[in-house]
Ligand binder design. Structure first.
Ligand SMILES: *[C@@H]1O[C@H](CO)[C@@H](O)[C@H](O)[C@H]1NC(C)=O
Ligand SMILES: *[C@@H]1O[C@H](CO)[C@@H](O)[C@H](O)[C@H]1NC(C)=O
Ligand SMILES: *[C@@H]1O[C@H](CO)[C@@H](O)[C@H](O)[C@H]1NC(C)=O
Ligand SMILES: *[C@@H]1O[C@H](CO)[C@@H](O)[C@H](O)[C@H]1NC(C)=O
Ligand SMILES: *[C@@H]1O[C@H](CO)[C@@H](O)[C@H](O)[C@H]1NC(C)=O
Ligand SMILES: *[C@@H]1O[C@H](CO)[C@@H](O)[C@H](O)[C@H]1NC(C)=O
Ligand SMILES: *[C@@H]1O[C@H](CO)[C@@H](O)[C@H](O)[C@H]1NC(C)=O
Ligand SMILES: *[C@@H]1O[C@H](CO)[C@@H](O)[C@H](O)[C@H]1NC(C)=O
Ligand SMILES: *[C@@H]1O[C@H](CO)[C@@H](O)[C@H](O)[C@H]1NC(C)=O
Ligand SMILES: *[C@@H]1O[C@H](CO)[C@@H](O)[C@H](O)[C@H]1NC(C)=O
Ligand SMILES: *[C@@H]1O[C@H](CO)[C@@H](O)[C@H](O)[C@H]1NC(C)=O
Ligand SMILES: *[C@@H]1O[C@H](CO)[C@@H](O)[C@H](O)[C@H]1NC(C)=O
Length: 704
């Protein structure tokens, strides 16, 4: 073979190989590069797994996340494609918020063609209401059970949350996320329109837009199972890792007259308790705006506390007043059951026998005209002495409301109490007490424990064009109305504590409106900024805090820190302490260190400066550890106490990307193998003929 011949042969060969390479790069370019471009969805909230003594509820994905081709469901007509005809299952459903209903979910739940659901946040919220909680919240853990007041058990008589479909307590085998940001939803829809829309009902072509939802949960079956697994891990594993944790938080409490937290009250000391809850929930993790369900009562009670602390004679009242804010109440009364438990065990300065009477604020922002309803417990009222005291409380309430724009009315005496922390106290002792609400029978709240229970749902309206600081101080109608309720509450408490009805007590609409703004619109405001402790890493955000109670082992959550800061500001005094004295008063020779808490707060911004002027605030604001007694007692199967735990997880993630077809992937693989084989053959060929191909130039010259 002459050299030019060989060269030509080699040239053809290299050309051939190069051609394949170019062909492959060209083919792969469109897909494999794009395929690597994941777009992470940054504003989502997952549904996670929770467990109680006997069941698991919530959602989870498979270990590495579930993937499916995106299909947008905007009307019922989009369903057949999803459930029957679509050629590329499994599908990831992008469900319009207003279609997130029981009917729809039952259809989707049964189908193996669905790998997960991403729900959009409906704006405006569904007008007919939306509640995924059960119709009879915390059934079985309140006062009425088969052993006590059984004629009222299971909401026999009054169904409190008739709109509730109970989805929050069901178990889903696939991931469900909510998309909180319209713009992100639009990104997904655009991807869907560009790639997945069926043309003339023929199958769309690859590459398709796909979504992956990852929310794999470690715990299964029940709290009993997962806690047992935890304890096995703890005793046998070198590096133990729990699979679930109990839901946990802190109750907040304070008193009008300081109480020595190192001791217990004398038996003759009497305390009037004002109570409300401080948590909420929704179907999705850490999403719980709780405007009517939680914040309406919380803010009203804070305003009443402020009003009472302003009364000059308050330290000479015959009885003390205690303000309690309970955590974890939506999960079968975690906070109140723990307080009752600790009171019984003598681990709390106030004992059950010290409680003179109990006034609870439930949902109070949605009053029809000016009505405020008084609920009482028919079972305890069958005792004459208790009944007489309850009557007395109602008389007091009626008397003080006559001056205010509040029409106080009693519900039918044979009606049971609505869900309330007070039920846990009544379980332990017959305490005279009332629960105040805006509803006579079932809730006025159409969005009970859902993501739509927001400032809008309690009709908080601001004129447009207000700056942040103007909005903070703008007195809305909602705030005005709640301050009237707060005035009634404050006056009632004052008289129950033995005070004189001639004393002037009035809640301040200005502080009510600032609180509503901070707790429901924007925690990042100048007032909240100035009242928080400097050592608290509060997560100030340009939206409202979420009142969801989780299994977080870390210290106080953001709403608790905010609540305590505001409570201390409204009921405390500024004291002339240095930072060191304030942060560790036990070192200072303060004779009252057991009576007060000291907060070194950020203080207001100094004029024309970015630094703040911190100071020390002394108040009776205390925390109380709120973990269900079931975990103190290691009774994981308890039917007496809440047993809710939250599963642990490694990763929560939602993202979209383009997938190539299976055929394409197979072709890519086949071509890859082909190239490999050809290369091997080529290498062998080149090796074998190396002497000819790369022969020295000497020989060539000689040949010439
Ligand atoms: C989420 O954030 C990442 C990083 O900031 C960004 O690349 C991505 O585009 C965001 N996702 C969406 C849907 O905007
Ligand atoms: C656990 O939760 C499920 C679902 O809500 C409920 O049916 C069951 O009664 C609960 N178990 C206990 C012991 O409360
Ligand atoms: C969405 O995008 C629009 C226009 O880009 C912007 O004005 C709006 O603030 C964005 N909304 C959110 C919630 O980010
Ligand atoms: C869809 O069908 C219509 C009528 O059958 C036809 O005119 C149109 O070209 C089709 N479109 C595509 C993209 O095939
Ligand atoms: C608080 O109670 C403890 C224990 O009973 C006692 O030693 C202490 O002096 C009390 N403090 C005040 C200020 O009364
Ligand atoms: C109160 O309820 C009971 C039983 O539900 C009923 O018999 C009674 O008529 C009601 N009373 C009033 C005043 O509505
Ligand atoms: C009524 O309740 C009080 C206080 O709980 C109790 O001392 C009394 O014995 C009760 N009376 C009856 C008749 O049960
Ligand atoms: C209440 O105050 C009025 C006027 O200050 C006084 O006359 C009256 O005796 C007081 N009543 C009680 C029970 O202290
Ligand atoms: C809070 O508000 C201030 C002033 O309006 C602003 O500078 C800051 O960026 C905000 N912080 C957050 C986390 O939004
Ligand atoms: C409460 O906050 C206001 C406004 O920041 C401040 O003027 C006042 O001194 C504070 N009061 C207390 C007791 O912290
Ligand atoms: C505050 O305390 C410091 C020292 O502890 C003292 O010098 C100062 O006068 C006090 N100020 C007031 C207003 O009491
Ligand atoms: C803050 O700045 C304004 C305008 O620059 C000035 O009029 C004012 O005197 C300054 N205040 C202080 C306390 O320096």
């Amino acid at each position: 073979m002459s050299l030019p011949g060989v060269m030509a042969a080699a040239g053809v060969y290299w050309g051939y190989l190069g051609g394949i390479l170019i062909l492959l790069t060209g083919l792969c370019h469109g897909n494999s590069v794009e395929r690597k471009i994941y777009v992470t969805l940054n504003n989502t909230a997952p549904c996670v797994r929770l467990l109680n003594a006997t069941h698991q509820i919530g959602c989870q994905s498979s270990r590495n996340g579930d993937t499916g081709v995106v299909h947008v469901v905007e009307t019922e007509e989009d369903l057949p494609w999803l459930l029957e005809t679509g050629p590329t299952p499994p599908y990831m459903v992008l469900l319009e918020g207003h279609l997130f209903t029981k009917d729809m979910m039952l259809k989707l739940k049964g189908s193996s063609r669905i790998s997960g659901i991403a729900v959009t946040y409906a704006k405006p919220p569904p007008p007919d209401g939306f509640s995924l909680d059960v119709p009879c919240p915390s059934d079985g853990f309140g006062l009425y059970t088969s052993d006590h007041g059984s004629q009222y058990a299971h909401c026999n008589g009054t169904v409190w949350n008739p709109l509730g479909n109970g989805f929050s307590y069901e178990d889903f085998e696939f991931p469900i996320f909510v998309l909180q940001d319209e713009n992100e939803t639009e990104v997904i829809k655009q991807c869907y329109r560009d790639h997945n829309v069926p043309v003339n009902s023929s199958a769309p072509e690859y590459p398709l837009c796909a979504m992956q939802l990852s929310s794999h949960m470690h715990a299964v079956t029940s709290t009993v199972t997962c806690m047992r697994r935890n304890s096995i891990q703890m005793s046998f594993s070198i590096n133990p890792e729990a699979v679930c944790d109990s839901l946990i938080g802190y109750n907040v409490w304070s008193s009008l007259k300081p109480i020595n937290v190192s001791g217990t009250l004398a038996p003759e000391d009497q305390v009037v308790v004002a109570a409300t809850r401080m948590d909420s929930r929704s179907f999705f993790w850490n999403l719980a705006p709780g405007a009517e369900g939680t914040v309406s009562g919380l803010v009203t009670q804070l305003a009443a506390a402020e009003a009472l602390h302003k009364v000059a004679e308050n330290q000479t009242l015959p009885r003390n007043i205690m303000f309690a804010f309970f955590q974890g109440e939506v999960f079968d009364y975690i906070g109140s059951s723990r307080m009752v438990y600790d009171m019984e065990k003598g681990r709390f300065p106030v004992k059950l026998s010290n409680i003179h009477s109990f006034v609870e604020l439930s949902q109070v922002a949605l009053r029809n005209s000016s009505e405020l309803w008084v609920h009482t417990d028919p079972v305890s009222r069958s005792n004459d002495s208790v009944n007489a005291e309850v009557q007395q409380m109602i008389q007091t309430l009626k008397a003080v409301s006559s001056g205010a724009n509040v029409t106080l009315q009693e519900v039918n005496q044979s009606q049971a109490l609505p869900p309330a922390s007070f039920q846990r106290f009544l379980r332990a002792r017959n305490i005279p007490g009332v629960v105040l609400t805006d509803h006579r029978e079932s809730f006025h709240n159409k969005y009970y424990n859902s993501m739509y229970d927001t400032a809008d749902s309690i009709r908080m309206k601001y004129p447009s064009g207000l700056s942040k600081d103007e909005a903070l101080n703008y007195v809305t109608e909602a705030a005005q109305a709640l301050s009237e309720v707060a005035t009634v509450l404050a006056k009632t408490l004052y008289q129950l504590a033995g005070g004189n009805d001639t004393v002037e007590i009035k809640a301040d609409p200005q502080s009510v409106t600032r609180m509503l703004y901070g707790f429901l619109v924007m925690s990042n405001n100048t007032w909240f900024q100035s009242v928080v402790r400097t050592d608290w890493k509060v997560n100030f955000e340009d939206h409202q805090p979420q009142y969801y109670v989780t299994a977080s082992r870390s210290n106080l959550n953001t709403p608790t820190q905010l609540l305590m800061s505001v409570l201390a500001n409204l009921t405390g005094q500024v004291v002339n302490f240095t930072k060191e004295q304030c942060q560790s008063p036990e070192k200072a020779t303060d004779p009252k260190k057991e009576l007060y808490e000291y907060f070194w707060v950020q203080g207001p911004l100094i004029e024309n400066s970015t630094s703040r002027a911190p100071f020390c605030v002394r108040s009776t604001t205390h925390t109380h550890h709120a973990e269900s007694p079931a975990f103190d007692l290691n009774e994981w199967g308890s039917t007496e106490y809440s047993t809710w735990t939250e599963s642990r997880w490694k990763e929560i993630r939602a993202r979209i990307f383009l997938v190539p077809s299976h055929e394409f992937e197979v072709i890519t693989l086949a071509l890859g193998i082909a190239v490999l084989l050809i290369s091997l053959v080529a290498t062998y060929f080149i090796n074998a003929k190396a002497d000819i191909l790369f022969s020295t130039t000497e020989d060539s010259e000689v040949a010439y």
